[in-house]
Write a protein that binds this ligand. Sequence first.
Ligand code: ATP
Ligand code: MG
Length: 392
Amino acid sequence: MDALYLVKIGEILLKLGNRKEFEERLRGQLNKKLAGIPHSVNIMPGRYYVCVPEDRAEDAEFILSRTPGVNGYIRARKTEKTLEAVFEAAVQVAKERVASGLTRFKAESRRSDKSFPLGSFELSAELGARVLEACPGTRVDLHKPEFTINAEIRERAYVFPDPKPGLRGLPVGSGGKGLLLLSGGIDSPVAGYQMARRGLALDAVYFHAYPYTSKEAHEKVMALARILGSYTGGITLWTVPFTDAQLRIKKEAREDLTTVFMRTAMMRVAHLLAQKIGANCLITGESLGQVASQTAENMRLTESTTDLPVLRPLVGIDKEDTILLAKEIGSYETSILPYEDCCVLFSPKHPMLRADHEREGASYRALDLEGLLAEALSKTERLDIPFAISRP
Ligand code: ATP
Ligand code: MG
């Protein structure tokens, strides 16, 4: 038997009138992620149906649980449009719930096929009666049910329990592509996830200061990119050799300014790369006040080398909340591996907290890094990481 999933999609956007684009994007994402599995994705009004072989049901659930634009999903039983078939399926669904200790339920039905012998109200009542009869100990509770039995009469009949929550949000790609500055830390993967959920496709860029930052640090970033790719349907990671730029800044800039200047230089290379790959914005994991480089003044300086919007979805998020999210999305365990992304060698003891836009901006420009940064960009390595099912 095949496993059939009923997928609820972002109804708010459908109401806005971008329905076609939304549907095509989401279907494209699902097809891309399901590519290694024999499958079908069918769009019906307000619903998707995803069908996979029984032995790939878990993989399908992994995919549905990680695809922005999916509001909810649930395995459904598809039956003939006869009362007996629908009742039998409903009792099966109820028995599974009862086996997991639940008793209070309600039945809900929808009928788009008006030729079906019962109206939705009568059908719900009859479903409830059949379940009560077949599952002793259950009772109907319309206000606080522990589970719901749903029946939908469409081109076929579908019977299913409560949908599992999806990520909601918008299908990846519906907002264009963003370039994520991905370090090995906790914050930037979460920032990327947040923006993917708002419909951005992602490329990631990592600034690597080999040998000051290790090969393991680079591998850690690749692992984080792979995790993000399980949400976005694969990802391209760009690795910029940044050692020369960092050494130059360390040698020539005032010590307290090195951190903020390195960030400014990174933003510049990210800007150039974004133009090359057609990204419409930059994304960082910065959060206001978290470290010295993350004050409003310093952000003003670091973003002065790009005119793209710099999206910082964590700017007002408390670190503890970011950590919770990192755990939820499965990046935390990788992020806390010990390989540092920024060598202590490059961190000043007393970094500048509030860079003056005019004065410090002028001394940044006096470093005249453009040639060096263009060279770093030209030596940037590209790694295409395909989507993979990777359960934690
Ligand atoms: P994270 O946990 O994301 O590393 P953080 O709290 O350690 O963030 P910083 O190290 O100041 O903060 O970095 C701020 C942001 O700058 C990061 O979230 C990331 O977007 C970007 N960034 C920092 N270092 C790098 C790097 N080596 N490569 C790419 N992006 C970087
Ligand atoms: Mg960091």
